[in-house]
Design a protein around this ligand. Structure first.
Ligand code: ATP
Ligand code: MG
Length: 588
């Protein structure tokens, strides 16, 4: 059987990283498998004394001993099977767990841009379907190679022990099967790849449809979703059916060859029994061993197919585990040049930026100086690049050209921990987890007392609505916080920022309009939050721009102007237009 180079490498890696550490269990399991194999062969061999000595010679001594031996062998086989099975299951499931943990660990380190490229459905399918397929494959391959191989060796031993000529005749037919079966393996690998891709698309479609159920209903678009999902389900059906069909091609081949071998044996062996050169016991023991050899030969023949399918999954799993982030921490951090959690000046110097895999510059030659304690507002039309600029400060993306400094330290020289601790980010789209309010408010923060949580909620004007929930802070808020209103979600995000209490505040004001009461509440919370902090606020509210020390007007990724509200209103057409459209009517 020709094993491809890539398969060898993958197998070596799986063995080194995921199997080898279980070598004790593996060894015991191998040992048990060999016992199982040997007992199978002994059972076949026992046919000879049973027939010849008990039935034909009518030996009364053996009538007790042989059944006893058979019973003992059965018990030995049973226990060995049991230990082999639990040990191999342990190793198999542990491989699943280790791979899943490794994948998730890498994913958390991946650049944010990786997730805009790779669909989350595809990723989830790799976590579940691919990891499962790989572990099943490894499990089967190990059992095939050890148990089936040794069973076969022992049974062939019995065949040769009894009648070597007959053994040669019966074994000569099987090599004929190897070529077509290895071809089948290759086809299965291809089908398996398409199947796993199909699972990825299906997961994506399902999660998209279920999350967008409101939009679907409001557009009466159920049938569109139904068609999309049906298409994927059907695709997977076709592929899995095809895979099973290809896999079954080996059956008629193996059955025919097996039948041929047995027919020849009965003809030749039967003639020998009739002529008296062989005893009936030897003949039946031979036949039993041959029949028993059928199953291990069959699974060894399909070994390549199993292996190929598992390797198709392994490739995709390691694809994830090997992905390397482009945004990395510098090995020599200069954290010690700055004090933890204190305010500094921020300098953005000639920064240009384009999203990965996209040539177009979204930000062009941006230079901004933010003095310690200042409140800077960032305004501009939708798509101007405001959120993009904000994302550069905590290094969610790295600048393409130019530099960003905190005091005199390039942010690339700071550790992620240190850098990100300095920024509180309240973003346009607030992400809440399906857990309690309390969990969401102090997410990612440690050593927070109940008192601090309550104080932060009060400052963010959350206390009122939290009290209305039957379980208060312990209320579970549902997926993405469905139980909260838009304004309530924003206030939770503000409460988080109060608790985090970082010296810099990055605020992407929500564009959604709220009623004047909650708008005023949010406004007040935000004003409190910004006190004694250096803040960069993407403004959608009049009060924010009027209070700002400086307003940066961003237009098509360039700084159009920097000034205060009144001056900009006088000199900038774009600003005047924005003001008329966006800010004039917002609540003060
Ligand atoms: N992940 C991304 N990959 C590629 N392009 C992106 C990505 N995110 C944003 N863009 C593009 O970058 C440009 C600026 O987007 P950005 O989100 O910074 O705008 P914005 O000024 O915050 O707009 P808004 O006021 O609507 O929030 C847009 O043209 C957008 O299409
Ligand atoms: Mg934005």
């Amino acid at each position: 059987m020709k094993i491809q180079n890539s398969t060898k490498k993958l197998l070596y890696r799986i063995f080194q990283n995921y199997i080898r550490k279980h070598n004790k269990k593996l060894f015991i399991s191998f040992f048990c498998m060999i016992i199982v194999s040997a007992t199978t062969a002994i059972n076949a061999w026992m046919m000879q004394p049973v027939l010849d000595d008990i039935f034909i010679k009518k030996d009364e001594r053996l009538i007790l001993i042989i059944p006893l031996v058979i019973l003992l062998i059965a018990i030995l086989k049973g226990f060995s099977s049991y230990f082999q099975s639990i040990l191999m299951s342990f190793i198999g499931y542990k491989i699943v767990a280790d791979l899943q943990n490794d994948m998730f660990r890498t994913l958390l380190k991946c650049d944010i841009s990786y997730f805009s490229k790779t669909n989350s459905g595809t990723l989830i399918s790799r976590f579940l379907a691919d990891v499962g397929a790989l572990s099943r494959g490894v499990h089967n391959v190990v059992i095939n190679i050890i148990k089936d191989f040794f069973t076969l060796v022992f049974l062939i031993g019995v065949l040769f022990y009894h009648n070597s000529n007959l053994a040669l005749i019966s074994l000569f037919v099987f090599p004929l099967a190897i070529y077509p079966i290895s071809r089948i393996g290759k086809r299965l690998r291809k089908i398996s790849k398409s199947t796993q891709i199909g699972f990825g698309i299906l997961t994506k479609r399902l999660s998209e449809s279920l999350q967008g159920i409101k939009t679907i209903k409001s557009f009466n678009a159920e049938f569109i979703e139904q068609n999309k999902v049906e298409k994927e389900v059907d695709n997977i059906f076709q592929l899995t059916y095809k895979s099973s069909k290809v896999n079954s091609i080996s059956r008629p081949l193996m059955e025919t060859l097996g039948g041929l071998a047995i027919a020849i044996i009965i003809y030749v062996g039967g003639s020998q029994v009739i002529s008296g050169t062989t005893t009936p016991g030897t003949f039946f023991s031979f036949l039993t061993a041959l029949l028993m050899a059928y199953q291990p030969i069959k699974s060894l023949a399909s070994l390549n197919a199993t292996l190929q399918m598992a390797m198709a999954s392994a490739e995709r799993i390691f694809d994830i585990i090997d992905s390397k982030p482009n945004i990395v921490e510098s090995s020599l951090t200069k954290d010690n040049l700055l004090k933890k959690n204190s305010s500094y000046d921020i300098k953005i110097l000639n920064v240009s930026f384009s999203y990965p895999d996209d040539e177009k510059n979204i930000l062009k030659d941006i230079s901004i100086e933010i003095k310690k304690g200042e409140k800077i507002a960032l305004v501009g039309y939708s798509g101007a690049g405001k959120t993009t600029l904000l994302n550069l400060l905590p290094r969610f993306y790295d600048v393409k050209k130019g530099k960003i400094f905190i005091e005199d330290v390039n942010i690339k020289d700071l550790s992620f921990n240190f850098l990100r601790e300095h920024f509180s980010l309240v973003s346009q789209d607030i992400v809440l987890f399906d857990d309690t309010l309390k969990y969401n408010v102090c997410y990612g923060l440690s050593n927070i007392t109940e008192k601090q949580i309550l104080a932060a909620c009060k400052k963010a004007n959350c206390d009122e609505f939290i009290k209305k929930f039957p379980k208060g802070l312990n209320e579970i808020i549902g997926e993405k916080g469905v139980k909260l209103s838009g304004g309530q979600k924003q206030r939770i995000a503000i409460a988080r920022a109060f608790l985090k209490n970082s010296p810099f505040l990055l605020l992407d004001e929500a564009t959604s309009s709220l009623d004047s009461r909650s708008e005023r509440k949010i406004q007040k919370s935000l004003t409190d939050l910004m006190k004694n902090k250096t803040s960069l606020v993407i403004a959608h509210r009049l009060s924010t721009i009027i209070d700002a020390d400086k307003i940066i007007l961003l237009h098509n990724g360039k700084i159009e102007d920097i000034d205060r509200h009144k001056n900009l209103l006088k000199k900038s057409k774009i600003y005047k237009n924005l003001y008329e459209l966006q800010f004039k009517n917002t609540m003060k």
